[in-house]
Write a protein that binds this ligand. Structure first.
Ligand SMILES: Cc1ncc(COP(=O)(O)O)c(C=O)c1O
Length: 383
């Protein structure tokens, strides 16, 4: 049985409360709070008026696949031709298709917790068995190569890597990534590299898994998209880039499931990839400042321990010291929403119990008043 997405459920509850007139501060969002850049919207308008309103090739329009291929070369040091790129209905769809074509019933897929919970359901939907490796703040939420080696069996088909990570913001260091690449080559499993947050790293040169070398690239499906980088979550454009035979398999599957992603959104995404870097730089700098603000304020709250994450737009404080009155982090998140009108995500929904995920895709003013409310509510609860 599939459960409804808990993040979407929490966001929906916060939204309902807002509609009822309650002044909710939401740290639950999984999307940037900026507008989609104007040139991207204008490209979409042009596409409508130019009649780009029909089916496209399943893999996407050539202009977009070329733009993605150029982007991967320029920013990620990756060598994928346009025929190795499949445009999907968001990165979520790309991860789904990747697991569908790789995983046979009974195959094991290694996941590194805390993780985006969609992976577990998507592995199961493919008939696979999730094999979970737990990480904690002691290693900066990064796995060790030994941990991964210890999880490999004869049935290991793939590992899903998500760097920067939702929910922890952790980045997998190049040495660790190289160690994982070696294991993949030695044991013959695939790397599904969900790199959707790759442009949102703070002071870190980004290392794509497939850029470790041609051999690793031959066993990797690289996943990305415009949702987080260009504040385009609603447009539903992602991509998978893979060895040619794998790209063909992804395309064949997509032929029978969704056909092409939305044609107008494809035109918009093409314009996004051709934007000057300024938009992303501005957004990234703003996120970095908000992260620093949020981490600083959270650290002032007794009982909360908060690392400084290196990427994405989430912080993942340890709230175990506050859990004497609440038996779980989910109860704590409920209390914060009901009593303080602050929406957060319990860490347990990401397989990271004892934590909360707070998104700083929120205004500085909201960060200040929201964290102050959390501090007051926790002080009251522990009084
Ligand atoms: C780790 C991760 N991968 C993929 C996605 C989905 O991206 P998209 O909106 O492009 O489907 C998300 C969205 O929250 C995410 O956090």
């Amino acid at each position: 049985m599939l459960e409804p997405s808990p993040t979407l459920a929490m966001t929906a509850k916060a939204r309902r409360m807002k509609i009822e007139g309650i002044d909710v501060v939401s740290f639950a969002a999984g999307e940037p709070d900026f507008n989609t850049p104007l040139p991207v919207c204008e490209a979409a308008e042009r596409a409508i008026h130019d009649g780009q309103t029909k089916y496209t090739a399943t893999a996407g329009i050539l202009a977009l696949r070329e733009a993605i291929s150029r982007k991967l070369a320029r920013e990620n040091n990756l060598d994928y031709g346009p025929d190795q790129v499949v445009v999907t209905c968001g990165a979520k769809h790309a991860v789904f298709s990747a697991l569908q074509i790789l995983v046979d019933p009974g195959d094991e897929v290694i996941l590194i917790a805390p993780f985006w919970m969609t992976y577990v359901d998507q592995v199961r939907l493919a008939g696979g068995i999730p094999v979970i490796i737990q990480t904690g703040s002691d290693t900066g939420f990064s796995p060790t190569v030994e941990q991964i080696a210890g999880a490999i069996t004869a049935r290991t088909k793939a590992i899903v890597l998500n760097s920067p990570c939702n929910p922890t913001g952790a980045i997998i260091e190049k040495e660790t990534l190289a160690g994982i690449g070696d294991l993949a080559l030695r044991h013959g499993f695939w790397i599904v590299a969900d790199e959707i947050y790759e442009r949102l790293t703070y002071g870190h040169a980004y290392q794509s898994a497939a850029a470790l070398g041609a051999e690793v690239a031959a066993q990797t499906i690289t996943i990305g998209g415009v949702s987080k980088t260009y504040s385009m979550t609603g447009w539903r454009i992602g991509f998978a880039a893979a060895p040619l035979h794998v790209a063909k398999a992804l395309c064949n599957l997509q032929d029978q499931v969704t056909s092409n992603a939305n044609s107008i959104a494809q035109a918009a995404a093409t314009a996004a990839y051709d934007l000057p870097d300024e938009f992303v730089t501005k957004m990234r700098n703003e996120f970095r400042d908000r992260r620093d603000l949020m981490v600083g304020l959270l650290r002032n709250i007794p009982g909360l321990a908060c690392e400084t994450p290196e990427g994405a737009f989430y912080v993942f404080p340890d709230v175990r010291a506050c859990l004497s009155r609440f038996s779980t982090d989910a109860q704590l998140a409920d209390y914060l929403l009901d009593a303080a009108h602050v929406a957060t995500m319990p860490g347990s929904v990401f397989h990271g119990p004892g934590h909360l995920r707070l998104s700083y895709a929120a205004s500085r003013q909201d960060i200040e008043r929201g964290v102050a409310r959390i501090g007051d509510a926790l002080a009251q609860a522990t009084r």
